[in-house]
Write a protein that binds this ligand. Structure first.
Ligand SMILES: NC(=O)c1ccc[n+]([C@@H]2O[C@H](COP(=O)([O-])OP(=O)(O)OC[C@H]3O[C@@H](n4cnc5c(N)ncnc54)[C@H](OP(=O)(O)O)[C@@H]3O)[C@@H](O)[C@H]2O)c1
Length: 244
């Protein structure tokens, strides 16, 4: 008997928003290895196709977390979703004094509105044994003063939303994964030099002296999905970054 056959994910249908890159891609790979049938969601078809190959076979669907109709459409032909993972999103950072508030609020739209749309779509399709993992982050507890205030708002909002939803849609479980800095394509937006400088600075500020790997976050997400007593929880995985 192989690991996939004994896993609690064997034959389960798991939808991963953001599964074409970074944390979501590592999560989709890990779940597939453990026997799940995975659907990955993102905005870019080519990225999804490439990722589906890397995962070793996955269904994929194009949708934008900021666009409710696009999210609803991907569930039209889906009868059952056993677990939902939302890791999708970008970086919408900036100090309020220098930035258009509407632009900063994209963070809230993606994370809060997008999570609401996706969860609402899966509720009628999810058995009571199902669970949901939403994306938080360390800025919720650890303000930085350099333009992450609205990101912090989104992270803290997700935590409150998860706890409330877990009571509303019980016995479906709802948890939050809250990573610190993780080495993913998310930081490519800063250019090669900017990315290297930012991640080196982050690594140097951490007690363990390095930033996280996507596979480490994927492992924590797998735990939240599989441990049936984990509920209403925020699982921090940040190398100690909140206390550094
Ligand atoms: N990496 C970190 O250090 C870190 C730490 C804490 C929290 N986070 C949060 O975790 C999330 C994912 O980070 P990551 O590092 O895995 O980033 P990533 O490697 O850039 O992956 C982001 C994924 O989300 C998808 N995506 C982005 N915006 C989307 C939208 N509006 N609707 C649907 N899909 C969207 C992307 O595909 P498309 O671009 O094709 O849509 C991609 O699949 C982000 O929200 C980030 O803020 C990251």
């Amino acid at each position: 008997m192989n690991i996939a056959q004994t896993s609690s994910f064997h034959g389960r249908h798991i939808v991963v928003f953001g599964g074409s890159s970074g944390i979501g891609l590592a999560t989709a790979k890990a779940l597939k290895t453990q026997g799940a049938n995975v659907t990955i969601v993102g905005r870019t078809l080519e990225r999804l196709q490439t990722a589906a190959d890397q995962i070793g076979g996955a269904r994929y669907a194009v949708a934008d977390l900021a666009d409710r109709k696009s999210i609803e459409a991907i569930f039209d032909d889906t009868t059952q979703v056993d677990h939902l993972v939302i890791t999708a999103g970008g970086i919408h950072a900036g100090k309020l004094v220098d930035s258009d508030p509407e632009k900063l609020l994209s963070e809230v739209n993606e994370h809060i509105s997008g999570s609401l749309y996706a969860v609402k779509s899966v509720i009628p399709r999810m058995p009571g044994t199902g669970s949901i993992v939403l994306m938080g982050g360390q800025f919720s507890d650890r303000p930085t003063g350099d333009g992450t205030s609205v990101m912090a708002l989104a992270c803290r909002g997700i935590e409150a939303l998860a706890r409330g939803l877990a009571l509303e849609i019980k016995p479906i479980r709802v948890n939050v994964i809250a990573p610190g800095f993780v080495d993913t394509p998310l930081y490519d937006a800063f250019g090669a030099e900017g990315r290297a400088a930012l991640l080196a600075h982050a690594a140097g500020s951490l007690p363990i002296g390095r930033i996280g790997r996507p596979e480490e976050i994927a492992d924590a997400i797998s735990f939240l999905l599989s441990n049936e007593y984990m509920n209403c929880e925020v699982l921090h995985i940040d190398g100690g970054g909140r206390f550094a």
